[in-house]
Design a protein around this ligand. Structure first.
Ligand code: AMP
Ligand code: ZN
Length: 448
């Protein structure tokens, strides 16, 4: 089966040829850990989990290395730490925030059926590698020191900008770069910056600048180098990372190692919006993974994400999630799904996924397997793709149990034991059953 992947850099779908099939290497930019991840953040996690599973199927589980970093040094983290733990020393507050958020992130993405990556490096544990890269860039004229910062010199790289393919004007306008007088060129970006008093600080590379901390882009160049080498197979993330983050990663890594590419395939998922609008707290359409997991099984959220091809935008709607629920209940309805253990991807599904991860087509093929009655293949494919449980409908309740509880409640009320009657009502409410007491007796309905 030929796997084809779309490469953002060359703008074409190409057959995937790993540099070394016995060690297929993928890097995906991970979370900055200061708050609960939102449903948009879940998209790259789920999409690249499917790719990870596909690569493991094709090359063997032990032949695929998936690295997803954790950014644990960042201005937003510092701000959150100071706000949430004003009485702790800042460094301790930062550690508390990052450890807590990392744990929450793991719980959330585990619930979405995602495998843990092979390595999850933390930025703060790779400052040494970042310094080595920065020192190399300075030594070769690709970076310079200015006012205690170290900056990458964009004009020093002849073919800077190929990934995002922007004009110089667009880059200048869109870089969201701080206008800083010490920059030789407005496109130059920070490799190292001084820390404010009390903020985490490390001695600067070769002592050339003030004690401080690395810029965001250099983190990924350092961690991918450490864990995957100078050039690797796949680099992924959301489409918003193409510029400036990935463009700058490429500049740093290629100029440090004198290589023609950093990764052979650059893959980017499209953006997710909610109920037709960009997610935002002020519009009330901002959802964390955690909030959605309170209402829906993780498998359903995963399935809903995969109904859309990863490069297309997704409009995440409640209606869509409810439909995904029903579809997944149907696909997992055969007892084989619960009783079986085997995991393998059935050929028609494999073919769909091999075409640049065509998950909508793969889902159509799952339905075709069910229609053909090939429930063993269907079940083992679902499991192989991270669907390990049949979603339990909060709308499906055990009617016999409801009736028994209603009888018990009526008996309690007759015996004037209102405390017990209220307790039973609460138990029913917790099951999603709402009671209506009328003069003709009690009716009930299933709420959500
Ligand atoms: P951030 O924490 O903002 O750096 O985002 C972490 C990952 O989530 C990156 O790969 C982003 O591209 C991705 N991401 C953030 N927001 C969305 C969204 N609304 N839709 C899809 N991907 C997103
Ligand atoms: Zn990155």
């Amino acid at each position: 089966m030929d796997l084809k992947l779309y490469d953002t850099l060359t703008r074409e779908k190409r057959p995937f040829t790993p540099l070394d099939p016995s060690r297929v290497r993928m890097y995906v930019c991970g979370p900055t850990v200061y708050d609960f991840a939102h449903i948009g953040n879940a998209r790259p996690v789920i999409v690249f989990d499917v790719l990870f599973r596909l690569l493991r199927h094709v090359y063997g589980a032990e032949h695929v290395t998936y690295v997803r970093n954790i950014t644990d040094v960042d201005d937003k983290i510092n701000a959150r730490a100071a706000e949430e733990y004003p009485n702790l020393p800042l460094n301790e507050a930062i550690r508390t925030v990052t450890e807590k958020t990392e744990k929450q992130f793991h719980e959330d993405v585990d619930a979405l059926g995602c495998l843990r990556p092979t390595v999850e490096p933390r930025a703060t544990e790779h400052i040494g590698e970042m310094k080595v890269l920065i020192e190399r860039l300075v030594a070769t004229g690709h970076a310079y020191v200015a006012e205690d910062h170290v900056l990458f010199s964009v004009p020093s790289m002849a073919d800077y900008g190929r990934l995002s393919n922007r004009s110089l004007d667009e880059m200048e306008a869109g870089a969201r770069v701080e206008i800083a007088p010490y920059k030789k060129d407005s496109k130059d970006f920070v490799l190292w910056k001084p820390s404010k008093p009390g903020e985490p600080a490390w001695p600067s590379p070769s002592g050339i600048a003030a004690p401080g901390r690395p810029g965001w882009h250099i983190e990924c160049s350092a961690m991918s180098w450490k864990h995957l080498g100078e050039v690797f197979d796949i680099h992924g993330g959301g489409i918003d990372l193409v510029f400036p983050h990935h463009e700058n990663e490429i500049a740093q890594s290629r100029c440090s190692f004198h290589t023609p590419v950093m990764a052979n395939y650059w893959m980017h998922n499209g953006f997710l919006q909610v109920e037709g609008e960009k997610m935002s707290k002020s519009l009330g359409n901002f959802f964390t993974i955690r909030e959605l997991l309170a209402d829906w099984p993780g498998e359903v959220l995963r399935f809903n994400m995969l109904k859309t091809h990863y490069r297309q935008p997704i409009d995440w709607t409640l209606k869509g999630v409810a439909e995904s629920f029903d579809t997944l209940v149907t696909l997992t309805s055969d007892p084989t799904f619960i009783s079986g253990k085997e995991t393998t991807i059935a050929p028609p599904v494999l073919e769909a996924l091999s075409d640049d991860l065509n998950t909508p087509k793969a889902i159509a093929e799952l339905h075709a397997l069910q229609n053909k009655g090939d429930v063993v293949a269907l079940s083992s494919t679902l499991r192989a793709l991270g669907f390990s449980r049949r979603p339990q409908s909060p709308r499906q309740v055990d009617e016999q149990k409801v009736v028994a509880l209603l009888d018990a409640r009526n008996a309690a009320r007759k015996g004037k034991n209102f405390k017990e009657a209220d307790r039973i009502r609460d138990e029913l409410t917790a099951m999603g059953v709402l009671l209506h007491d009328t003069k003709d007796g009690t009716t009930w309905e299933i709420g959500r």
